[in-house]
Write a protein that binds this ligand. Sequence first.
Ligand code: F0G
Length: 358
Amino acid sequence: MPATGIGRPRLVERYRRFLPISDATPSLSLGEGFTSLVRLGRLGRQLGLPNLYVKLEGQNPTGSFKDRGMVVAVSKAIEDGARAIICASTGNTSASAAAYGAAAGLEVVVLLPKGQIALGKLLQALVAGARVIAVDGNFDLALRIVRELADRRDHPITLVNSINPYRLEGQKTGAFEVCDDLGRAPDILAIPVGNAGNISAYWAGFRDYQGARITSSLPRMFGFQAAGAAPLVLGHPVERPETIATAIRIGNPASWHKAIAARDESGGLIEAVTDDEILAAYRDLARLEGVFCEPSSAASLAGIRKLALAGRIEPEATIVCVLTGNGLKDPHTAERNVGPILEGGSTTAAVVAALGWS
Ligand code: F0G
């Protein structure tokens, strides 16, 4: 019997009518979803955007939005009799697959681009007992290899990257929660884009809700890629993607066409933000709002800030930035962006001196 949360509603039960869940689907949960929507008071004032919100996906069990899709993908894998799951990852998918796979008693194999994974994410996969394989290349190569392995017949293994349709089904729940919390659909949904699954899933979720007449409007989808890894902005794959935002360091997104459709059908945009813009948003979220997200997540706010400063956003718009992962996952980037620890000696006087009070 796999892990199930008690004492609070389950995400897949709450949105069951929109998900591929039946009575035959095993009930698996680590308590995913139900993440907070928080208004950015100080940054909103600074940007002249009084209705600016962030959705804190770092509150999920493994610290990222991936758990919404993974809980569905792994439940369906067990239902289908799978014994093993596999994924390529920039870190968060592997952390999530490792955790849900462990809870379900499955063998978990993850392929990661060597030396390009934030420390916390790597440890999450290892601690959960996944077999972690580093490949000499980037995420795009790792995904290509994983697809080939999943096609082999000698070792049946279920692919749980977002090309597994159950992943995107589960990730739609982020859009449902945004609408439920706001009591309406936002005007703009801003989201970082890497492999392009999440922007596609959110768009599908908003359309499901409008189709069911729970909401009466649709948001414009604003996707943001890192400038050194912006294939959707350039219109062609990027062979050597480069960015400090390692989670979205992807040159050839699997859900390319879905993301472009989400952009165009919603009247939205997909643009690039520089690493400096990402880091500025990352620092300001922590210092002005108390929200510690990972660098990739801050791409959503960095993009909104850039558009607002260029006068490209109407001030009254209700805007939700999805902050996809928890800042604790990437201690090295955090370390490089903070001031020194002050030396406090061993006396009150020394602490007073360190504070500059004397
Ligand atoms: N933000 C974070 C923190 C991510 O980990 C990812 C993707 C994204 C944004 C982009 O989402 O790929 O659906 O467009 N991480 C994947 C991984 C690729 O392997 O963990 P996307």
